[in-house]
Structure formats: structure tokens, C-alpha cells
Design a protein around this ligand. Sequence first.
Ligand code: F6R
Length: 612
Amino acid sequence: MCGIVGYVGRKNATDILLEGLKRLEYRGYDSAGLAVMGTEAKLKVVKAVGKTVFLEEKLTREPATGQAGIAHTRWATHGVPSEANAHPHLDCAGRLALVHNGIVENHEELKRRLEALGHRFVSATDTEVLAHLIEEHARHRPFEEALCAALKEVVGTFGLAVVMVDQPRTVYGARRGSPLVVGVGRDGENYLASDPAALIAHTRDIIYLGDDEVVRLDDNGIETFSLDRVRVTKAPETVSWSLQEIERGHHPHFMVKEIHEQPTVVRNALAGRLDARQGMSVLGGLKDVDERLRRAERLTISACGSAYLAGAIGAMMIEECAEIPVRAEIASELRYRKPIFDANREAFIAVSQSGETADTLGALREAKNKGVLTLGIVNVVGSAVARETDAGVFVHAGPEIAVASTKAFTAQLTVFALLAMHLGRQRRLSLAAGQRLAEELASLPEKVERLLEQDEAIRLLAKKYSRYPSFLYIGRKYNAPLANEGALKLKEVSYVHAEGYAAGEMKHGPIALLDDGFPVFAIATKDSLQEKVKSNVQEAKARRAPIVVLASEGDEAMAQLADDVIWVPRTTEMLSPILNVIPMQLFAYHLAVARGLDPDKPRNLAKAVTVE
Ligand code: F6R
């Protein structure tokens, strides 16, 4: 997997494909390749290991010209990063080229069968089997039928694009479980991509393919159909993202650009959703299911990674405001357990920036099968989670390009606060409490701005701490999952080992690690448990651990205990993670930069994890 681009039109396909690949670079990859169909009914395939600039350089030596083609950035799953394993993959005759995201789970079995039929494989990938499988089916039937028949045999997931020499002005795409969109262009130009970000320089009219759907782009336009070759009519949706939003501008990295966008992100997540007078939130996306929500007696939230941690904090917010039990579950665990749902009295919430995370979708489908009302808290409009849930709330964070989630996380927390308010006001939350919450929420963007003013101070702090090999992050209650988020950010972008712990757990094990070479990052802003966090900080200090604290503005007593302090504007306990996360993001970002790393492209990570 990683990024797919396809093009049919009148321009030089190579230029468009390369530009699209560059826009997808942020998703992480280790090799790149493209296949372009020239006029002489031949496929030109060029691949390179490493950055797309290497592919670009190679193309200056071995030009590929044509008006239709497909391209891919690969993030290795089966087989090491190498030219042989990079996509596109070809059939035996070299007449068909294919790029693929996802995993062909039955590739070994299919490969054995195809090898017995004489097919020869040249890569260690699961993808190559698809090229040969289509070739095999095409011996007995027209190409389009062969493509559908082959895909019906696949167990696993795919977002793929295929070209073949007999149809030099046609690109096919297909999807199951791995995103693929069609960009509707003008003047006979059309596009394919795994992410609309690759296309918005050309078009904002996007068709989202559903599972087991196939699309054909050619001079007659766009036709979508099912694997049974039944036509499916699909209307394009207009993506609101601007080009500016997907470009770095004057910022050195997308990660820091997105961290600095957060005052606007919180404003956008709240926009039109706060009724300060009634102390209520207005969530239009939940209107149709409001009565079912009013009757809900419990909730399950499920997600992966940072989205899960936002869900864990959201669960506490809802429990506090709505006084109903809420469990937050890691999606990859929930989907394979035997979760007990109460179909009549429960609602399920999937949280996902991309809306395409395989495990989150798996958990969501499990809940749906059990008849539970399903909601989505999603950033990407048109994504699978958005489509498959009964209702939901978009977080409106705009495109998140950096692999590490920052602004989407903050937007998810903001939406959870709105949801908690909504469910609370449906139940026992008083008008006065709702009004206080609305007022506090409305004040957050300005407080986030104040926090960002400490960017330079946090850069210097991160520099000071950049040589330590390990960190322990601690916090309590709302800030316990946030400690995990702080640690997750640090490890993914700076490759420094970090653990997040509920502060009270420190003495039950991790304290054994502490000494003067093992810093503790404590979330110690003023709240009902601050005194307890203070004790934990003292315990760490007694082991000579260097201490960084997040302290509420003016809290000198807390600052005295620490080696270094980052000041955080005051807010309520429930909303404190929305502010506390910002300095932790900046700390991780600057620490990665201080270690000479590119935080936008952490090794081994991909932006949307569409495989299990
Ligand atoms: C961490 C990060 C990941 C994602 C996780 C879920 O910075 O980005 O942990 O949060 O992969 O992704 P989505 O939200 O797209 O489902």
C-alpha cells in the first residue's frame, strides 16, 4: 500500500502522475513507480526505490510519454523495498500493469495455482498475483469481465488501478476496503487516486468508490459498476479543501503547520454548533437519530491510535455530562472479542481522522451486525466510516497531511465535548452547567493561540531534552489518556522511547526505571487531582528524574517542583486536554527536528492504515 494516482486525458500523463504522487508523499512510502501507455501500444514502466525525486530523475533518463497511466508510492508490507517489489506489477506478457493498496490474503494459494498454470513471478509481493490472475481470466473472456472475475476471487482488501495495452486510453480502478476516488475533470480528463489530496489541483469533484465497485475511465467518460457488472450510478461530491490547505506554505513541515492551525481548527469544530443561551450544542448530523440517542443507556467508542485516545477522553466527558456508562475500546481488540452490545439501548461511536482505518471499520461493522445505532466522528467527508455509520459529526479539521495526528485529535476532543454537552442536556445536565461549558468552549481558540506563543520556548526545551533515550509521561483522569498521546507523539516522530501512564500507576512498576537519565513529563494543570499528581512528581523527583511539567498559568508552587515548566491557560478539568495536548505536540515536533529527523515522514508509518 500507499498512494495511487491514475490519469486519462490529453496532457502528458507522466507529469500529472508525478505531481499526484508528490501530493501523496506525506502518507509515507519507500519506493515509487508508474506505467504510462504510449501511442505505439506499449507500456512504459519506470520504478525507483526511495523518494519520488529518484523516480523523477530516472524519468529524465528514461522518458515515459503518453496520455494515460497509473502510478504508485509503496509502503512495504510483503517483500522489502526494492524495484522488483515496487508497483506497478505486470502480467507475464507485460501487457497489463497494476498498482494496489491493501492485502491479498489468499495470495499464496492463488500464486501456487497460477504457477502451476505456467505464470512466472518476479516479486515478493502479494500484489503481483493480481496481475497474473487477471491475465489468466483474460485468456477466456474480455478484459473487463476478466478483471471482475479475478477480483471476485480475492480474499482481502484492494484499492487498485489497472491499465492494459489493448485499451490504450482506458484506466480501470476498483476498491474493497482500501480507499479509491475518481476525480471528475473537464475536457475529457479524468483521474483516479487513493486520496482526494492528489487531485484537488485539478478537480474538486470527487466520486467515492464503494466496496466491490469498479470504475472505467476512458474517452467516453466515467462508468462505475459492481463486480457483477451491474452499472452503479454515482454523483460526484465537491471537496471543500483548498490547495493552500494541502501545501506547506512558509512552514518547514506540515506537522508544525497543522499544530499552528489549531486555533482555527477548534473554531471550525465549534462553528454554528454552540447555543450559549440554552447551554446546548447543535449537532445537525445527529438530528435524525436524536430520539434514539436520548434513549441510549450506554455507549461504546472505538478507534485506533490517537483517535482511540481521543475516544478514551471523550468517554469520560460523556460519563461526566450525561451520566451514562461509556466504554472506549481499541478497535483491533474489540472486533475480535465477543463484545456484548445492547442493541436497543446502546450506541456505538467510531472515531477516525481518515475514516478508512481497517480495524475501526471492522469494529464498526461488528457493532452494525449486532443492530446497534452507529455514529461516526470523522474528518474526511465521503470516507468509509462516514458512509457506513447511521449518523455522525464531522470534525472539520481540514486535510491532515502530516502522518502524526495533531489537529484532528484536537478537533475530535472538541467534538466530544460538544457531544457530551448534547447528551448531557438531553439528560440531567443543568442549563447553568451547559451555559458554563458553552462559554468555556468558546474561549478555547484564544487560549490555544496563547499556548502557541510559547513555540520558541518549547523548541529550546525540546533541544535541551533531545538526547535522553526515554521519557515517562504521566497524568490523571482526563489527562491520563493524554499522557499516552504525548508519549505516542514523541515516539512516532522522534523515535525516542516514551511511555504514557496514569500517574497513580507509576509506583506500581515504571518508577523502577527512573533515574537522572529518565525524564518525566507530568501533566499537572490545576484540577481535582492536581495534588495527587504533585505527589507523583515528588516521587519521581526523589529518584532524581528530570521533571518537565505542564502547569496552569501562575501556579508557581507546581513550577517549583519541576526542572522546566510549560504554562497552560486555565480552563475546566474536562476541557483541559484540548489545551494540554498542544505543548506536547510542539515538544515532540521540536525534539524530532533537534534530532535531525523529518517529522512529516516517520519511518514505518503510513497516514491511513487500511490494512489490519
Ligand atoms: C498517531 C496517528 C495514528 C492514528 C491512527 C488512527 O499520530 O496518527 O495513531 O490516530 O492510525 O487513524 P484514523 O484516525 O485515520 O482512523
